[in-house]
Design a protein around this ligand. Structure first.
Ligand SMILES: NC(=O)c1ccc[n+]([C@@H]2O[C@H](COP(=O)([O-])OP(=O)(O)OC[C@H]3O[C@@H](n4cnc5c(N)ncnc54)[C@H](O)[C@@H]3O)[C@@H](O)[C@H]2O)c1
Length: 407
């Protein structure tokens, strides 16, 4: 058995002298990360950085003292060296001790932060959505293209156990044959509280279908194997935050939607969103000419996570039901383990020089579908994707890849 992280973390071996440790020997982190934005997601990134153990926390920048204090506490509690507390983004960028910056600031700040961090030359892991509008997303991609180091965007749902398995089934095992339709569903609890409540307002999020659903549109784009051509959506603010105001602004994020997408690969896609469900449930259904795959993940209130992948092959092969999962300490570290594996891949790529994505192309096209869907709801009409692309758009820059992270 190889040395691995699982043994290293086990407290049961604390009685051993260091010279008697092999499987459980500590290995010093080879990388150092700076953190920009240390709210809910920044803290999840710190937790996972420490859990993976490949990088140390070099510094934190967040204008909210409470957020940075919570990030600091996570590092101290884990017994790691106290990180620097930067007083500006410029200071975070200039720290020669860090290899990468992990950016987890609100959506509407991403372009501005990107404009500043590209000069740092450091590797970047920037949260989704890459920006709140298509032109801004394109600008982020152009900046990423010029950047001298790795740029990764936070579409880490690709690493959820059910979707990693679904990718393997569809692309490696070819379990459903040629894909013709992709459907997804997200039914969940309302948006949570945030610093400044930015997530209740379209001007700060890009709209719910950009903010939250870019994860699902990224997966749909991936399974559809093409670029979105036409998007039609209906949706409204049916239940949540209808009486909510903050800084004299009225919450305007939609909480339910149905989205239909036609891809240039011939694949048709459908997405259902409900954000007032008393629990959380995700489904992916991929239908091909020789089989059907359904991947689902649900947490009923008070119950633990249930994962399931069904493959129906009829007379084409063995049908099966599996329950893909990660060990609980990984699954509980955030977003059902996907953030942990996002960090493993990021560290692997930094060390190996590979770039396994998701990068600018995936980030861009996921925003394009979300923004086109928001526009479709406003206009009450189908949107041709070419009409939302910026005038300067060059397709060559943003070709789909995204297959490289297949497990
Ligand atoms: N990948 C995922 O699954 C996932 C999940 C949740 C949130 N997110 C994304 O992460 C980002 C942060 O979301 P959150 O839930 O942590 O929000 P949050 O409000 O909890 O935290 C945001 C933090 O950023 C800080 N901040 C604001 N402007 C800043 C700036 N210019 N520089 C440095 N810090 C700044 C705020 O003070 C706050 O502490 C958003 O883009 C969100 O969409 C991603």
């Amino acid at each position: 058995m190889e040395k691995n992280r699982l043994f290293r973390r086990a407290r049961a071996f604390d009685y051993l002298e260091n010279e008697d440790r092999y499987l459980t020997a500590d290995e010093p982190p080879e990388l150092r990360f700076g953190f920009v934005g240390c709210g809910m997601m920044g803290q999840e990134h710190i937790r996972n950085t420490l859990l993976v153990g490949r990088a140390s926390v070099g510094g934190i920048f967040d204008p909210s003292r409470k957020s940075s204090a919570h990030g600091l506490k996570l590092v101290e509690k884990a017994g790691h060296p106290v990180p620097a507390i930067y007083t500006s983004l410029e200071e975070a960028c200039a720290d020669p001790a860090t290899d990468a910056l992990i950016v987890a600031t609100p959506n509407f700040t991403h372009l501005d932060v990107m404009q500043k961090v590209v000069g740092s030359g450091k590797a970047l892991l920037i949260e989704k959505p890459i920006a709140t509008t298509v032109p801004d997303a394109y600008e982020v991609c152009c900046l990423a293209e010029q950047h001298s180091n790795l740029v990764r965007f936070g579409l880490q749902y690709r690493y959820k156990a059910i979707y990693a398995e679904a990718m393997s089934e569809v692309f490696k095992r070819r379990s459903v044959g040629h894909v013709h339709s992709v459907n997804m569903l997200e039914h969940r609890f309302p948006f949570l509280d945030k610093v400044g409540q930015w997530n209740k307002f379209n001007a700060f999020t890009g709209g719910t279908l950009v903010e939250k659903c870019c994860h699902y549109f990224d997966l749909m784009n991936l399974f559809a194997g093409g670029a979105p051509e036409t998007v039609f959506a209906v949706g409204n603010q049916a239940v949540n935050f209808r009486d909510f105001t903050y800084d004299n602004r009225k919450a305007d994020g939609i909480d339910q939607a149905q989205v239909t997408i036609r891809y240039d690969s011939g694949v048709i896609g459908g997405f259902s969103l409900c954000m007032f469900a008393p629990g959380s449930r995700e489904d992916l259904v991929v239908c091909g000419d020789t089989g059907r795959l359904q991947a689902s993940e649900q947490t009923l209130p008070g119950a633990s996570l249930e994962n399931r992948v069904e493959v129906w092959q009829g007379e084409n092969g063995a049908s099966r039901i599996t329950t893909p999962s990660y060990p609980p300490h990984i699954s509980n570290a955030g977003h059902h383990g996907s953030t942990f594996f996002e960090h493993v891949a990021f560290a692997d790529d930094l060390v190996s020089g590979k770039n396994t994505g998701p990068g600018p192309a995936e980030g861009f096209w996921s925003v394009v579908v979300g923004a086109a869907a928001q526009q479709s709801i406003e206009k009450g009409a189908a949107i041709d994707v070419v009409d939302v692309l910026p005038a300067a758009f060059e397709n060559g820059l943003l070709q789909h890849n995204g297959m490289e992270i297949l497990p």
